[in-house]
Design a protein around this ligand. Structure first.
Ligand SMILES: Cc1cc2nc3c(=O)[nH]c(=O)nc-3n(C[C@H](O)[C@H](O)[C@H](O)COP(=O)(O)OP(=O)(O)OC[C@H]3O[C@@H](n4cnc5c(N)ncnc54)[C@H](O)[C@@H]3O)c2cc1C
Length: 482
């Protein structure tokens, strides 16, 4: 670190004594990085390459003590505080301009208790870490579909994936957590201990404190499941999507089939003539018995003239990383998402029209099939309220050249607006971008007022605001924003 007397914290040129920074750095297990230090530029990168923010300090936490020290330091010096799990949030909420970043990536321990079927997971663990350890015992809990995503952010926002129709949202499988709140205190929370805080972190994002440990319940899954892709020509999109929609309405909970409209990657089971052409991909996982899976998934190949398909017994942990090559870090990304309780023909027509105008080879629209167990939980049971979202659509703009920023973003916004009349009006906070803060209250619906009360109790000064922010019930002193 540099040797000047003061370190500048942000654009408002607030400063902290270098001697205080050095004393703080000595307390942090992995050390503290400032601009110019080796490793600083790597440590500030997040998944979305559009996000380029420079924290004043990055604390590389190795323990709960480090987190406590970081929270206290930020509060004492009135610093903007960012918390990074896996760094995947589309809004770039795993980093902020100026202030202090708590980098939790080294706290990635996963410990499985196969007898109790539980997992204790550190806040820096990625889905790959969790699935690998749990699958060693043939166990799993519902997580997302890209193995480099952080368990922490995914869980705190709700979390869904291939197992959610059978076992619920990720938060429905969270049985306890340890949280460091804005005053630097540690809280062990569960349905019996500080139930309001436990309720709030199950969907309320990082608004209430830093979670330093998660405890999940696990279920027997795999290790092999029926899984794979069925690819149809875009010319049959209307027929295929309608048949898919009708099929999903009565499919068993073990089966999830997601629709993806995009240009075909050069997958080995597709003819070369299809590569780069618009296609409809139905991606599926059946988490039950392999024979039942083959039977239940068979109709998915009967919706039109299949161009290519690859469905069969597949290691569950392997399929959890099947989409990683399409979702690597560093590209520019912009998302717009809608929740639907049902997919009308009109909604499908919007999607098909938009997929015929993809603004780039990496852009796509996917519609996740939810419902099942996640939809049978009452909306007030957890902060995650979107139990009526039987389908969540994500319009995924992805590109490399900054000159394309506005063109791709406009396309995504236009699709969102056209689809909105067909949706619930709700949203999923893990998919909201940094220009969608006006959607946060709607995303929490009837749970928002209770979330504000919990926020007021545990973070009245809004120290934790580099997120889809839940305003404390009362006004707080104005401070720098991300
Ligand atoms: C390629 C890709 C695929 C995805 N697929 C899915 C999917 O299938 N299902 C799904 O539900 N979501 C999915 N998501 C969305 C994902 O759930 C969110 O991006 C989530 O926020 C990622 O968590 P993270 O820890 O990686 O993110 P980060 O950017 O590190 O954090 C996200 C937010 O959580 C806060 N936070 C992180 N860790 C903590 C902590 N320990 N304590 C308190 N606050 C914390 C951060 O401050 C930030 O506000 C996907 C995202 C990407 C980029």
């Amino acid at each position: 670190m540099r040797s000047s007397t003061y370190l500048t914290l942000d654009r408002n040129v607030r400063q902290v004594r270098q001697s205080d920074v050095e004393a703080f750095a000595r307390r942090i297990g992995g050390g503290v990085l400032a601009p110019g230090d080796a490793g600083y530029d790597d440590a500030r990168k997040v998944w979305n390459g559009s996000v380029d923010r420079r924290p004043a300090l990055i604390a590389r936490c190795r323990s709960e003590d480090d987190v406590r020290a970081g929270v206290r330091f930020a509060a004492a010096h009135d610093m903007l505080l960012a918390v990074r799990g896996g760094g995947h949030h589309i809004a770039g909420n795993g980093v902020a301009e100026g202030g202090l970043l708590l980098d939790l990536s080294a706290m990635n321990q996963v410990s499985i208790d196969p007898a109790r079927r539980t997992a204790r997971v550190g806040p820096g663990a990625l889905l790959a870490d969790f699935d690998r350890e749990a699958q060693a015992y043939g166990l799993a809990t519902p997580l997302g579909i890209n193995s480099t995503t952080g368990v922490a952010g995914l869980t705190l926002g709700g979390g869904f994936g291939w197992l959610s129709r059978r076992y619920g949202m990720t938060v429905d499988n969270l049985s306890g957590a340890t949280v460091v709140t804005a005053d630097g205190a540690t809280h062990a929370v569960s349905s019996d201990a500080e139930p309001d805080l436990f309720w709030a972190i199950r969907g309320g994002g990082g608004n209430f404190g830093v979670v330093t440990s998660f405890e999940f319940v696990l279920h027997p899954v795999g290790p092999e499941v029926q899984a794979g892709l069925v690819v149809y020509p875009f010319a049959q999109a209307r027929q295929v999507l309608r048949a898919w929609r009708d099929f999903t309405m009565t499919a068993p909970d073990e089966l999830s089939v997601w629709a993806v409209l995009r240009k075909a990657p050069p997958l080995p089971f597709l003819p070369a003539s299809a590569h780069g052409q618009e296609v409809v991909v139905l991606a599926l996982v059946h988490s039950g018995d392999l024979a039942a899976g083959a039977r239940d998934a068979a109709p998915v190949t009967k919706f039109g003239d299949v161009i290519g398909s690859a469905v069969g017994p597949t290691p569950y942990a392997g399929f959890q990383s099947a989409f990683d090559p399409l979702l690597t870090a560093g590209a520019r990304n912009y998302w717009k998402s809608n929740n639907f309780s049902a997919l009308s023909d009109g909604a499908l027509d919007v999607v098909i029209d938009a997929a015929g105008r993809l603004p780039g080879p990496e852009c796509e629209i996917f519609i996740a099939q939810l419902g099942g167990a996640m939809g049978r939980v009452k909306p007030a049971t957890t902060a995650y309220v979107g139990r009526d979202a039987n389908y969540i659509m994500n319009v995924h703009g992805r590109w490399s050249d900054p000159h394309d920023d506005e063109r791709v973003r406009s396309w995504a916004r236009q699709v969102f607006s056209a689809a909105a009349p067909h949706g619930t009006g709700g949203g999923y906070v893990n998919f909201l971008t940094d220009d969608e803060s006006e959607r946060v209250a709607a995303a929490y619906g009837d749970n928002y007022a209770r979330l504000q009360m919990v926020k007021k109790r545990y973070d009245p000064a809004n120290l934790f605001r580099v997120n889809l922010n839940i305003a404390p019930e009362v006004a707080w002193p104005s401070r720098a924003s991300p």
